[in-house]
Design a protein around this ligand. Structure first.
Ligand SMILES: Cc1ncc(COP(=O)(O)O)c(C=O)c1O
Length: 452
């Protein structure tokens, strides 16, 4: 018996009714990847308001590596609720904050003394990392990458690299932001091939210093170890090594944005570990909170200490419930060895997806790190991004009871953000649905192309 159970077409009547109310009450600008209203969730399964049961390959956009309502997270929340809900760390400090900071300091890559601060969202953490880097270096500029996503606040949107729907209409953006192409080897900006290119893209950082911004004006470089929203593109280790070397030579801080790659997703607790990067500052969020809003900046102690007393903080940053969940997440990661599970799931995905790639020319690229895997869909015979096909695949999957997300600057990537606690049976059932969705969407596209 499968996990998926559908009693109504998706979305069902109750979902549709809620979505009608939503249209009247909530701004149009908030997107729904899967327009189906959820009633409850457990592990990798979601039940909607019509009683349909779906498999979740999205995990609230990568926030549920430990699964929905992980029992140890729920127990930690219950215990903390008995003590206190909110006090504000800037009013009266509490141990939960200090002890989770200690744990992240010990676990973050880099054999140096570290400190950690907590905030509520990935964007807020990126904002703070840049603030701290500017304060420490006394320099204004930040270097970031094409196809990057760092958030939706003014500074983080300025660092983000996708016009529609993220940036268009929201300018003017923050100044002193400079951008280079990422090591997106499938779509190399320089038309080169790895490894013969000797990471030409990373070396362009030196050119940027000659043409656009003096190295001595640059506070930090911020980069995702694997592009998330940009299409699940893992940069080669050599790319990061070269960027890191150049940063070091010019006194520029290296910020790793591990918001989407963090907490076991890529086969290690942090993707930086897999790539041999020791960032000066690391930003985490999403799965750190096990379903609660929690984000962190972890970095070299002397850098983190640069802002004066009162220069950092926020009313809800490091909320006790979120911190309690964060402790439980780290325990689960260790005790259930979820990074290793991510590697196994990634292999399972890759094995099946490689067969699909051989079968369908529409699968231009299958790539990823650990369980952060993706399919890049293209028009057959070339690399023209096939955005409408990716949307059709995700729609077909949803109609069959699988929630799956698209990604990519061109919107043509299907990405896997499944809870790492999913069972093999549920995972295989989800993959079977994904295969059926691909098959139908590709067949329909081929038919339409023929009839035009
Ligand atoms: C790499 C990365 N950085 C930052 C963010 C922003 O995080 P949040 O949505 O929690 O503000 C995201 C969100 O998807 C992300 O993927």
């Amino acid at each position: 018996m499968g996990a998926i159970k559908l009693h109504t077409p998706i979305p069902g009547p109750r979902s549709q009714e809620l979505l009608r109310r939503r249209e009247a009450a909530v701004p149009a600008g908030i997107f729904h990847a899967a327009p189906v209203c959820i009633a409850r969730a457990e592990g990798a399964l979601v039940e909607d308001v019509d009683g349909n049961r779906l498999i979740d390959f999205a995990g609230g956009i990568g926030c549920l590596n430990v699964g929905h309502r992980a029992p140890r997270v729920m127990a930690a929340l219950g215990e903390q609720m008995e003590r206190f809900l909110h006090a504000c760390f800037s009013v009266t400090p509490y141990e939960l904050y200090i002890s989770l900071a200690e744990k992240l300091n010990a676990r973050a890559p880099g054999n140096f003394r570290k400190k950690t601060m907590f905030v509520n969202s990935g964007a807020e953490a990126v904002e703070n990392a840049v603030k701290i880097a500017r304060c420490y270096t006394g320099r204004p500029a930040v270097v970031c990458f094409e196809d990057a996503f760092h958030g939706r606040t003014l500074l983080t949107l300025s660092l983000t690299s996708k016009t529609h729907p993220y940036k268009a209409g929201f300018g003017p953006f923050a100044g002193e932001v400079y951008r280079l192409p990422y090591a997106y080897c499938y779509r190399c900006a320089y038309g080169l091939k790895f490894p013969e290119c000797a990471v030409h893209c990373a070396r362009q950082l030196e050119t940027l210093f000659q043409r656009d911004v003096a190295a001595e004006s640059v506070a930090a470089l911020i980069v995702e170890p694997v592009l998330g929203e940009g299409g699940f593109v893992p940069g080669p280790a050599e790319f990061f090594a070269e960027l890191h070397r150049i940063c070091r030579a010019h006194g520029i801080l290296f910020i790793a944005d591990e918001v989407q790659t963090g907490f076991g997703r890529t086969g290690a607790l942090f993707a930086c570990e897999r790539l041999g990067i020791e960032p000066d500052l690391m930003v985490t969020a999403k799965s750190l909170g096990g379903g609660m809003p929690l984000a962190a900046v972890t970095g070299r102690a002397e850098v983190m200490d640069a802002p004066g007393v009162g220069g950092l903080g926020g009313t809800f940053g490091g909320h006790p419930l979120s911190l309690a969940a964060g402790h439980a997440v780290l325990d689960i990661m260790d005790d259930e060895n979820l990074p290793a599970r991510a590697e196994t799931l990634g292999q399972r995905f890759w094995t099946r997806a490689s067969v699909w790639k051989a079968r369908w020319p529409e699968l231009g690229d299958v790539r990823g790190l650990g369980a952060m895997q993706a399919l890049e869909l293209v028009e057959p015979g070339g690399r023209e991004p096939a955005k409408s096909l990716a949307n059709a695949v995700s729609r077909q999957a949803l109609e069959r009871g699988l929630i799956v997300l698209t990604a990519g600057t061109f919107g043509n990537v299907i990405r896997l953000l499944v809870p790492l606690t999913i069972s093999d049976e549920q995972f295989d059932e989800g993959m079977k649905v994904l295969e059926a969705a691909l098959s139908t969407a590709i067949a329909r596209q081929t038919e339409t192309a023929r009839s035009v």
